[in-house]
Structures are given as C-alpha cells and as structure tokens.
Design a protein around this ligand. Structure first.
Ligand code: ARG
Length: 459
C-alpha cells in the first residue's frame, strides 16, 4: 500500500513530522474532481501523441471515472504514504490498471498538474461567487424597489449631510458589489489559460498538443512560458484580492446596518433569525450576523497578505511553499460564501422603518439646497454658501431651525432671498431635483435598478 511517487533515489522514508507537514490532503482533497478531469484530458492527449493506444486510453478514462465514484461515495481511504490529492488519484488508478496507470504521468509533473487543477477549481469558484453576489444584488434591488420614495438623512463623516432616498443609500452597496462582479468576470477571463504541458519546468518533449488540451478543458489559451506557468499563482492572489474586496464591501454594508439598527437610529429592524441575545441582559438583541460579516473581512484579507507573503521569497518556478496557496484560497472562498449567504438573508428579511427614516430629517439638511436657491437667483455659489452659513449660525444662536428665521432677516443677509424660499422646505421636492445620472431622484434610482438588472448580460 505504500505508493510513493518518487522513492527511487532514497534510502529510507521521510521523517514523520515532515510527512505530516507535507501532507496537503486535508486541504487539497477537494480538488479531486478537477484532478480527474485534467487527467482524463491528459490521457487523451497522450493517446493523440501516440504514447497510448485507444484501448489503453479508454481503460484509463473509465478507471478515472470509477475513482470519481469512490470520492463521491466517500469510499476513498487515505494511506500514510499519500502526499496529496494527485498521489491518491494516481495510487488508485494504478491499483485499478497496474502498469497502464503508471503511464499516465508521462511528461507531466505535479507542478503543471496542480496549477491546472487550481485553475479548473477557480473557474467554478468564480461562477459560484458570482451567483451569490447576484443574489445579494437582487435582494438589495428588491428592497430598494419596494421602498422607492422613502426619504432619509444622508451622511458623510457620519454627520447629517443631505436628504436622500433610502433606496439610493441601499443601492450604493449594490453598486459596490457590481464592481466586484465585473472584477471577478475579468479575472475569470484572464486566468483562463492552461498550464498543463509545462512539465516540471522545462515544457513537454513528448509531442503533447497543448492547444488541443486547452480546448478540451475549456481554456481560451495556453501559458506561454513553462517556467512561469508552474510558478505562477497570480490568479490565486487575484481571486483572494477579489474576495477581500467583496468582504470589505460586505463589512461596510454590515456596519451601516448595525448603526441603523440601534435604538438611537431605529431606521431598520433585523429579523430575529439574524440576531442573538445576551446571556445576562434579557432585553438584548444583538446583530451578530452583521458583526460576523464584518469580522470575516479581517480573516479574508489576512488570507490575501498570507498568500502574498508566501510567494514573496520564493525563487522562480515551483517551490513547496506554494502548496499553502490552497489553504488561503479555500478559506477565503468558504468564508466569503458564508458571509454572502448570510448577507442575502439579512437584506431579504430586514424591516424598513419608513416613518423613522423620514422623521430623522431636519431643516438644517436643506442648507445646501438653500444655497442652490440663491444660485438660481444669480448669486455666485461661494457667496451663496457663505450667506447660508450665516443663516445657519443665526438659527443656531437662537435655537431655531433655519426655516424659522424671518424673511426680513434673511434679506438682510442676502437681498436675493424672496418669499419663495418657503418652497425649499419640501424634502421630497428637493430630492427630485437630483435628477442627473447617478443622483437620488426617483427617475435616477429607477435607472440604477435597470443597470443592475442587466448585470447578468455584462458578465
Ligand atoms: N501538492 C503539491 C502542491 O499543492 C503538488 C505539487 C508537488 N510538486 C512537487 N514537485 N513536489 O503544491
């Protein structure tokens, strides 16, 4: 049962602790299907190059399918000599086919094999991540559509700034996630280049048709330099960067929602299913789901620095350090998937407190629109800004709203004020003026929703 890929020149077995550290099965077993897919294609490429006959190829392909069945049925048993998923698959193949199985690795190295497997895996991971992102964007868009017309205070520096629509704020998060989708789509297309046929580092001398292999495995092209191909993990770093970016966006959404769900804001209520209580304080309802989403972004970005530090000191081509890429990559993927699933649930089930949102508006938030009022009367914006600043200071000094300063006094500050300033007190009408593309008017928000709906076609 001791199936080792490289024993010939060695006297004994490797040190136990080294074997344990070297064993990547706990992490890379999940690549089994990709490894089998790549091996099937490689068997066919060997056949095309005249190293196997059709019957042999057929036998290998069928045996690889039997091994897949064993994985799916959890019948695979690991041996102490198994180093990684590639060793296990080859050991089982040789058990099934004897000498024939020993021919599969002709001209191939685990170096081009693992890079290929990772790219096959990544393709699926990107597809699944995009699926989850689209679900979240849809959940956000649905809430935005339902609550179209509800106003709220918009903040900068977490200070009250200007009235906006609740939907506009919520969609700002969907637009961040839309960027993530486009980024992942770019990575999917750019990374879709086949390393197989690069051998250990020097390439393949046995007539393997790499272009055929690429087409067979759904890659758009083949890597152009074998030494680069076996040492390249850029695509893993890129994916973890994309995942980090998503996690940062989720963290910011979570932070907004945590603040807005406090009693002090009371803008939204979280569904009980996404909160938990306190072991001590009976009244507590804590936004654990959102805190975990915020916390996970730290974990995922630590994966990004982890993989970058791993690559940093390695000389060219393959080095065993690279084996750690899987731990970083898979953890980033898994944690992001959890995070996205929870975010979808939170957004779908949250209650929007429309009355509280609108009640939180106050006339000071119209100061900018007052300045625009003067601008429309012909006052240069810098002067208008200064005049309204004086109105605000006066109101503050008296302890009243700017809307309560008498017209006569307004006119002493700036002669352009007229009785029609009263019309600027309507929050809704003001919001509708922000009708440029990307603004907070209803027409603009409807357009934003349309853009998000056609995201599928852009990917
Ligand atoms: N398990 C290894 C990895 O994931 C496969 C490559 C091993 N290559 C080698 N030359 N030892 O990196």
């Amino acid at each position: 049962n001791n199936y080792q890929l490289w024993g010939g020149r060695f006297k004994g077995q490797p040190n136990k602790a080294l074997q344990e550290l070297n064993n990547s099965l706990p992490f890379d077993a999940r690549l089994y299907a990709d490894d089998l897919d790549a091996s099937k294609a490689y068997a066919e490429a060997l056949t095309r190059a005249g190293h196997l006959n059709d019957a042999e190829c057929d036998k290998l392909v069928k045996s690889l399918e039997l091994i897949r069945y064993d994985w799916i049925e959890r019948l695979v048993q690991f041996e102490p000599s198994d180093e990684d998923v590639h060793t296990v698959n080859e050991r089982m193949l040789v058990a099934l086919t004897g000498e024939l199985g020993q021919r599969l690795h002709t001209g191939r190295s685990r170096n081009d094999q693992v890079a290929t497997d990772m790219k096959l895996w990544l393709r699926k991971a990107i597809r699944e991540t995009l699926g989850r992102l689209r679900q979240l964007i849809q959940a956000i868009a649905a809430q935005a559509e339902t609550h179209l017309g509800v106003l709220m205070p918009g903040y900068t520096h977490l200070q009250r700034a200007q009235p906006v629509q609740f939907s506009h704020w919520l969609l700002s998060h969907a637009f961040a996630l839309r960027e993530d989708c486009l980024r992942l789509g770019e990575l999917r297309d750019r990374a879709n280049v086949l390393p197989l046929g690069s051998g250990a580092l020097a390439g393949n001398p046995l007539g393997i048709d790499r272009l055929w292999l690429a087409e067979r495995l759904g890659f758009a092209a083949v890597t152009g330099n074998s030494m680069h191909a076996v040492g390249d993990r850029d695509f893993v770093v890129d994916f973890i960067y994309c995942a980090s970016m998503v996690s940062l966006h989720l963290s910011r959404l979570a932070e907004d929602l945590i603040i807005y769900s406090t009693k002090e804001f009371d803008f939204i209520h979280l569904d009980d299913a996404f909160t938990s209580g306190s072991s001590l304080m009976p009244q507590k309802k804590n936004p654990d789901s959102l805190e975990l989403i915020r916390g996970i972004s730290g974990l995922i970005t630590s994966n990004l620095t982890g993989i970058m530090m791993t690559i940093k000191g390695t000389p060219s081509t393959y080095n065993k350090d690279l084996q750690f890429d899987k731990q970083y990559c898979f953890q980033a993927y898994d944690k992001l998937a959890q995070s996205l699933d929870i975010a979808v649930g939170v957004v779908r089930t949250l209650t929007v407190r429309s009355e509280q949102l609108e009640a939180a508006l106050s006339p000071d938030m119209l100061a900018t629109d007052w300045a625009y009022y003067l601008v429309r009367k012909g006052v240069p914006f810098r002067q208008a800004h200064h005049h309204i600043g004086r109105v605000v200071a006066l109101a503050e000094q008296r302890g009243v709203d700017i809307t309560e300063v008498p017209l006569g006094e307004l006119q002493q500050i700036c002669a352009a004020f007229g009785a029609d300033i009263a019309s600027v007190a309507d929050y809704g009408a003001n919001v509708q003026q922000y009708a440029c593309v990307g603004g907070t008017s209803t027409a603009s928000i409807v357009e934003q929703l349309r853009l998000l709906k056609k995201l599928d076609k852009e990917l």
